[in-house]
Design a binder for this molecule. Structure first.
Ligand SMILES: NC(=O)c1ccc[n+]([C@@H]2O[C@H](COP(=O)([O-])OP(=O)(O)OC[C@H]3O[C@@H](n4cnc5c(N)ncnc54)[C@H](O)[C@@H]3O)[C@@H](O)[C@H]2O)c1
Length: 418
């Protein structure tokens, strides 16, 4: 078996973390037990390009128990948990290609290694497998039955491919499931982004001006958690509806040109590029902490920061301190990559349980129905989405209420009025 991980001696610690995460992933565990009995994915070759974390390991083992032959590579050079990668290789014989801190070269070498297995299905977090297949490995496209995509940025890339008529196989957008973005993007990113900033800096959040760029599902979560810790939250947005929403949720709203002058901590979570750039660094307070929780490391213009600085120090792990000519210091966290995965452990298992239940069931759905699917981006079927919510509630011992017959009839009728 081929693999490339940091150190197989880390496997025992990795296995403990995988087991710990599994305890909080009740829905995925139910699917795993069914998959082990029914083997619905028997013989399916699947390449997965995901953040290699303990939660991801549980998804991979679920697919494997379902009969799939899974190869795993990292979807980000800084998010790999090396001990988890080691455990997947050593104890579970999953070909894994991921090393925390790998350079761009190794990153793409690993993605290519996963594609060398000639997968019939892809599972992406950021659409890197799909992009590489379409750009450089077109001869394999005909073998691919379909794919799944985990995150907003990946879905945007795929929708653009579909609209331009270049997407060559169907993809299910896991991100669009309610049981994904309403929980993972909001509560997962909210908590783990703050966790990453605190682990990297050990700063007290209370009383600081905390700037959140982007008030989508991720931004709402980060803003709410920062407020809960006593920060004065400032939101920057380009969409007027979301800017209004941010305002009415109790945040201050202003353009980055103003926020840059007063912010103590900055988090970008927009899926866009150059949200914080040279003109903003030029007016920031000394000691400002700048971080990103959006998918790619392009939200902060790091080359501009490098150009403005005369010296770079590394006072702590995951903190780079850029010294400006005028004596100010600006700290970049986690090299501008997803701070929650670079400096902390990513989302808690409870939310990844639902995201990855959507992944597992979407793979089964594509396996069963790929002949009927067009080369488009599809949502997760609603029945799957609702069932995952029901199972998650059940696993927490909580019951939702049910409609009475009278209520059902009332909601379905048009004749009853005042
Ligand atoms: N850190 C994580 O673990 C994690 C988890 C989920 C999603 N993501 C990523 O986070 C990013 C955002 O995801 P989301 O689900 O919140 O997306 P979303 O589409 O719900 O929200 C993005 C928001 O950013 C705003 N925006 C765009 N350009 C902007 C700019 N220049 N200035 C200010 N606001 C701007 C948009 O108007 C939108 O409201 C994506 O890249 C996604 O892939 C990261």
């Amino acid at each position: 078996m081929q693999y490339d991980v940091k150190d197989l001696h880390l496997a025992e610690k990795g296995q403990q973390r995988i087991d710990w995460a599994r305890q909080s992933m009740g829905v995925l565990d139910l699917i795993r037990k069914r998959f082990a009995m029914e083997r619905p994915l028997d013989g399916l070759r699947l390449a997965a390009c995901l953040h290699v974390t303990s939660e991801t390991a549980n998804l991979i083992l679920t697919l494997k128990d379902g009969g799939a032959l899974v190869t795993l590579c990292a979807s980000n050079p800084l998010s790999t948990q090396d001990d988890v990668a080691a455990a997947l290789v050593r104890y579970h014989e999953v070909p894994t290609f991921a090393i925390k801190g790998e350079d761009n070269n190794s990153y793409y070498k690993h993605i290519n290694a996963a594609l060398d297995t000639r997968p019939q299905m892809t599972m992406d977090d950021g659409a890197d497998l799909v992009s590489l297949l379409h750009a450089e490995r077109q001869s394999q496209l005909a073998e691919i039955r379909g794919g799944t995509e985990e995150t907003t940025t990946g879905v945007i890339r795929l929708r653009s491919m579909a609209q331009n008529g270049v997407l060559k196989f169907p993809v299910i957008s896991v991100n669009d499931a309610d049981t994904k973005h309403l929980f993972d993007n909001r509560y997962g990113t909210g908590q783990s982004t703050i966790d990453g900033i605190i682990r990297a800096t050990n700063r007290l959040i209370a009383g600081l001006n905390f700037v959140v760029s982007g008030y989508g599902w991720g931004g709402k979560g980060v803003a709410a958690r920062a407020k809960g810790l006593g920060a004065n939250v400032i939101v920057t947005e380009v969409d007027p509806v979301r800017a209004l929403e941010a305002l009415m949720d109790g945040n201050r709203v202003m353009p980055m040109s103003e926020a840059a002058r007063i912010g103590d901590i900055f988090v970008t979570v927009t899926g866009n590029k150059s949200v914080i750039r040279g003109e903003h660094f030029a007016v920031m307070k000394s000691g400002a902490l700048v971080s990103n929780s959006g998918h790619f490391n392009v939200e902060i213009d790091i080359p501009a920061l490098e150009k403005l600085s005369t010296k770079v120090a590394e006072p702590r792990e995951f903190v780079k301190e850029y010294h400006m000519e005028d004596g100010r210091r600006i700290c970049l966290l986690g090299e501008g990559r997803l701070v929650n995965l670079a400096a902390a452990e990513g989302h808690p298992a409870q939310v990844m349980d639902m995201s990855f239940a959507n992944q597992a069931l979407s793979v089964e759905y594509i396996k069963n129905y790929y002949m009927q699917l067009e080369k488009k981006v599809y949502p997760v079927p609603q029945a799957i989405d609702r069932e995952i919510a029901r199972l998650r509630l059940e696993s927490m011992g909580i019951q939702a209420d049910v409609l009475s017959k009278e209520q059902e009839d009332y909601l379905a009728s048009w004749s009853e009025g005042t």
